[in-house]
Design a protein around this ligand. Structure first.
Ligand SMILES: Cc1cc2nc3c(=O)[nH]c(=O)nc-3n(C[C@H](O)[C@H](O)[C@H](O)COP(=O)(O)O)c2cc1C
Length: 361
């Protein structure tokens, strides 16, 4: 159990308090992080997670630095953010050191609470552009990027990597360079570069990396329950854990882990799934333009539907929908049949919203 385990660590840039982290003045408690996920970790999912609580640091999806200065902050679904989404780390996708300063300027204007650099994404189009894990092939460019990013912000700066090709000879110099250039924190997705997300994560490998660096290490990959969170903490010896897909399946997962491992009593575990789904829908209806809504609802539903035995009905009906209104109607019908208790609560608490969706308002 983490209960009672006091963590002592202090470096020039960060101190790790009992159960939490303080990085350049940013308090992260509990040390449970939302992973950046393209198409998923936007404002609507973040506020749905916050309704349950237990998350220490939120994240945007990856933001291409070459597009960021041209994004219209007032309508961009990537940049939409409400005041309650705090603290929020913005993840940058970079492929050229010249892009760092203009991108950081935008993030300063947006009052980013922390900045993360994507060094792990191996999607072919990202690698082809020389970003994500593609940057590891050009160490000089990578070092210049980290150096300029460090110069451009006094706030928390992290990077997210995978375990590379698994060889210490390549991974250790990379990690040490990142530490030497002034990163405050390193998030590690515990899979090799080419491994699929279905492979068992290598949490114990992170414990080895922790020996090489004196900055907080955050472990990521395969955490989807209190039990796996505990196992991940124990095997990785990490200072925090980061959760990706399970946050879209179960937005309450941070609350469960925070309560079980950190005795966080501020969390809300009295959720009904249809209510959380509705809160997500309202988030996208309120904050995104009509043409930006349906795709995001489909992406989220793909994960959320796994909570139900017959969830594939929900996922496939939403997937086949031609517009947001049709998708929401299908979802409401699904909940009325497969989750009648949750649906009743939804009717009690958001009756007006249901009417407006059903009547097409
Ligand atoms: C749909 C999707 C989008 C993702 N987008 C990003 C991204 O924008 N930046 C990033 O660093 N990792 C991205 N990832 C990887 C996740 O951050 C995380 O490392 C991975 O899902 C493993 O964690 P998990 O097992 O908790 O899901 C993405 C993963 C998924 C499934």
């Amino acid at each position: 159990m983490l209960n009672g385990r006091e963590i002592h660590c202090s470096t020039a840039r960060a101190s790790i308090k009992k159960y939490g982290l303080s990085i350049r003045g940013l308090e992260i408690y509990p040390p449970l992080f939302l992973a950046p996920m393209a198409g998923l970790t936007h404002s609507a999912l973040r506020t749905t997670i916050l309704a349950c609580g237990g998350v220490g640091l939120l994240s945007t999806e990856m933001l291409a630095a070459w597009r960021l200065p041209d994004e219209n902050v007032d309508i961009s679904p990537y940049l939409a953010r409400t005041a309650e989404e705090y603290p929020l780390s913005y993840q940058l996708l970079l492929n050229d050191a010249a892009l760092v300063e203009p991108a950081m300027q935008v993030l300063r204007r947006l009052q980013a609470d922390a900045v993360d650099i994507n060094l792990g994404c191996s999607a072919p189009r990202v690698r082809r552009a020389g970003g994500g894990s593609g940057l590891l092939a050009t160490p000089r460019v990578l070092r210049a990027i980290i150096r300029r990013a460090r110069k451009a912000t006094d706030g928390p700066l992290s990077a997210k990597i995978r375990l590379g090709d698994g060889r210490k000879e390549t991974l250790q110099p990379l990690c040490q360079m990142l530490g030497d250039e002034g990163l405050d924190m390193l998030c590690i997705h515990a899979r090799l570069q080419k491994e699929s997300f279905s492979r068992k994560p290598r949490w114990a490998h992170i414990a080895e990396i922790k020996q090489w660096l004196d900055i907080p290490i955050i472990a990521n990959g395969g955490v989807d329950s209190v039990r796996s969170a505990q196992a991940c903490f124990e095997q990785s010896q990490a200072d925090g854990i980061m959760i990706g897909r399970a946050a879209a399946c179960k937005p309450w997962i941070f609350a469960q882990i925070a309560k079980a491992l950190f005795q966080d009593t501020t969390v809300c575990l009295e959720y009904e799934k249809p209510l959380l789904y509705a809160s997500f829908c309202q988030g996208i209806q309120e904050r995104f333009r009509p043409e930006r809504r349906l795709g995001r609802l489909k992406e989220f539903t793909h994960y959320f539907a796994t909570n139900y035995t017959f969830g594939h009905y929900l996922a496939s009906r939403v997937q086949a929908s031609r517009n947001m209104q049709q998708a929401v109607r299908h979802a409401l019908h699904f909940f009325s049949v497969h989750d009648p208790t949750g649906y009743r609560q939804l009717q009690e608490q958001k009756g007006q919203w249901i009417s407006s969706c059903v009547q097409g308002g």
